[in-house]
Design a protein around this ligand. Structure first.
Ligand code: AGP
Length: 605
């Protein structure tokens, strides 16, 4: 999704803007640009494509100026080209914007009727022209404030002014905006990661707030332009030091980090000595919880779906799951005895944040399971359970998914014991198995070379299918999602038992079909569903934790993952699927860390 950077300094800023834009590349984008103030004029440079292009343009014609803003754009209004790239500037003002202005057409019509001309197809340009108009009668902060009053939708903004050459104004409604402090410079950025190489002192704007930066001062204002103070968060060294290290891609590094991230996560929640889970302060007394409602998008939704099987297996609590973009518009019957849980790696996903807001408006208790604890979703919920996965850069979520599953499983165990839905012996047995998880994950990663061979089976394929039953079904969905987002190959995830109700029509000679068959109560049934696929010519790629050899001549390729217990099998089955998506994408020369049309943090609806 779009990324913003702004720097007010006592030295030229364009190189640092480029470096920060490179840090924002992970969010997904299709064009880039920057604007600096030189000799009292706005100097704008833009390109379609990569930040490297922008760097080349700057190399040929350097931009001076001690104050500037930069942007990577993920197209929403108007095709990705130079004209639509940000910043959008008039003679007086230059604007970068994340988010969507929902009433831009209406404002555009009004401005055009007054004789104003638009250069781009974007919604952002209305902001530029509204501020330019307001500046005729107001100083910059008032002009921005008056403009914001006219906008509907979500935004984070960075703005510089030709005639006020020492300030940057930042503003936020919906989309996040971080502010960074340093000795002779100050910054705005769409996330703290963009600012990490320059500072570890960060504040976050709350919804409706604005800030005015100079090189040595930052003032914050609320939605009524009343001055406010902000807490400064000092990021730890581990939060600031992020690079690929020896790995070719962030995604591969993040897959390989999982034994450690899961170990960290478990040790945050599980007291090894007392064999107990340290989860306290439930927003609703566990015995009074009527229902758990789990909400997320994409991979986070797949973790909710997996957890539903665990809650049903281990507790007597009724569970409902929903995709956030559906939940937020449904006609729901809210109940104060329900616990509403929002799962999000970034904690900034617009649909999930809106679903959470809806719950808050209806006065029900909310919990968030997030990776970024300073995020909007974490800050807005009654109760936060972090996944402790560390920053995830690869657009395709890997270690965050496993972290979400682990926290959901731990929460489920805790609720089950507190409510006496399981006995102490089962509780301790499950905790012991959980502690073996990091080692088992390591073993799964060790089969990478076999997965690499399996990946070749996808090279000439026109599509693929992922099948599983029970808690392997959401993992089939996740495997298909990973493959399609990284390698652009059509992939469908299905409950294996559903194939005969339609999808079998898609099976044709040589179609790769991944069968997830842990040795659980569904095992024999999954084998029968596999036969239906074999009979129609599907190419079977079989993944199991069954120790006995279940492979036969009809199976093109087999992989075995370790077995801990049936409850944890969805976590272990995930590893080969992450590696598979990675290797298919590599074979197809796809950009693994920056897949097309995708964004890491989806801050628009
Ligand atoms: C995961 O690989 C995806 N890129 C995507 O589905 C993601 O999980 C989804 O956009 C939700 O993001 P969140 O966890 O940050 O809310």
């Amino acid at each position: 999704m779009c990324g913003i950077i702004g720097i007010a300094s006592n030295k030229p800023v364009s190189i640092n803007i480029i470096n920060s834009l490179k840090k924002l590349e992970y969010r997904g984008y299709d064009s880039a640009g920057l604007a600096t103030l030189t000799d009292d004029s706005i100097n704008e440079k833009k390109c379609s494509g990569r930040v490297e292009e922008l760097e080349k343009i700057l190399f040929k014609a350097p931009s001076n100026g001690n104050i500037g803003i930069g942007h990577v754009r993920w197209a929403t209004h108007g095709v990705p080209n130079i004209i639509n790239a940000h910043p959008h500037s008039s003679e007086q003002v230059s604007v970068v914007h994340n988010g969507i202005i929902e009433n831009s057409d209406e404002i555009k019509r009004e401005l055009v009727s007054k004789g104003l001309k638009f250069k781009s197809q974007t919604d952002t340009e209305v902001i530029t022209l509204l501020i330019t108009e307001a500046l005729k009668e107001n100083e910059p902060l008032k002009s921005v404030y008056k403009t914001l009053k006219k906008l509907k939708g979500s935004f984070a903004l960075g703005i510089i002014f030709k005639n006020f050459s020492n300030i940057i104004i930042g503003a936020r409604r919906g989309s996040p905006l971080a502010v960074g402090y340093s000795k002779e410079e100050n910054y705005i950025g769409s996330d703290s990661y963009a600012l990490k190489s320059m500072t570890n002192k960060i504040s976050y704007l709350d919804d409706g707030e604005l800030c005015v930066l100079t090189k040595d001062q930052i003032n914050f204002y609320d939605e009524n332009l009343k001055k406010v103070n902000k807490k400064i968060h000092t990021m730890s060294e581990s939060e600031t030091a992020i690079d690929k290290g020896e790995y070719k891609h962030f995604m591969l590094k993040e897959i390989y980090e999982q034994p450690i991230t899961i170990k960290n996560c478990i040790s945050e929640y599980v007291d090894s000595l007392k064999k107990n889970i340290n989860i306290i302060n439930f927003p609703i007394e566990p015995n009074n919880i009527n229902k758990i409602v789990l909400v997320g998008c994409g991979t986070a939704y797949n973790s909710c779906l997996t957890a539903k099987y665990w809650f049903e297996e281990l507790t007597t609590i009724d569970v409902e799951i929903d995709i956030a973009s559906e939940f937020r518009y449904r006609k729901l019957k809210f109940n104060s005895k329900n616990l509403y849980i929002f799962v999000s790696q970034s904690g900034e996903t617009a649909d999930t944040a809106a679903a959470l807001d809806l719950c808050k408006k209806n006065n029900v208790k909310t919990c968030s399971i997030v990776n970024v604890i300073e995020s909007t979703i974490a800050r807005n919920s009654d109760w936060v359970l972090p996944i402790h996965a560390g920053t995830e850069i690869g657009v395709a979520s890997t270690k965050a998914f496993l972290g979400q599953l682990t926290v959901l499983y731990i929460l489920c165990l805790k609720l089950a014991i507190v409510r006496k839905d399981i006995d102490e012996r089962t509780y301790v047995k499950n905790i012991n198995n959980l502690k073996k998880l990091p080692e088992a994950i390591k073993e799964c990663i060790n089969i990478e070379s076999n997965v690499q061979l399996m990946a070749k089976e996808f090279l000439s394929a026109k599509g693929s299918m992922f099948l599983g039953r029970g808690s392997s079904f959401p993992i089939a969905l996740e495997g298909a999602l990973k493959l399609k987002e990284l390698s652009y190959l059509h992939a469908e995830g299905y409950p294996a038992g559903e194939m005969k109700h339609g999808p079998l029509a898609l099976i044709e000679e040589g179609l790769p079909v991944i069968i997830l068959a842990p040795k659980d109560k569904y095992f024999e049934k999954t084998l029968s569903n596999m036969q239906e696929v074999i009979a129609r010519g599907g190419k079977i790629l079989f993944i199991t934790d069954n120790k006995k050899d279940s492979l036969n001549e009809n199976i093109r390729f087999g992989l075995r993952v370790p077995h801990l217990d049936n409850l944890l099998s969805p976590i272990l089955l995930t590893l080969p699927l992450q590696l598979l998506a990675y290797h298919v994408a590599l074979l197809k020369n796809c950009d693994v860390d920056k897949p097309r049309n995708l964004a890491k943090s989806v801050t628009v609806e």
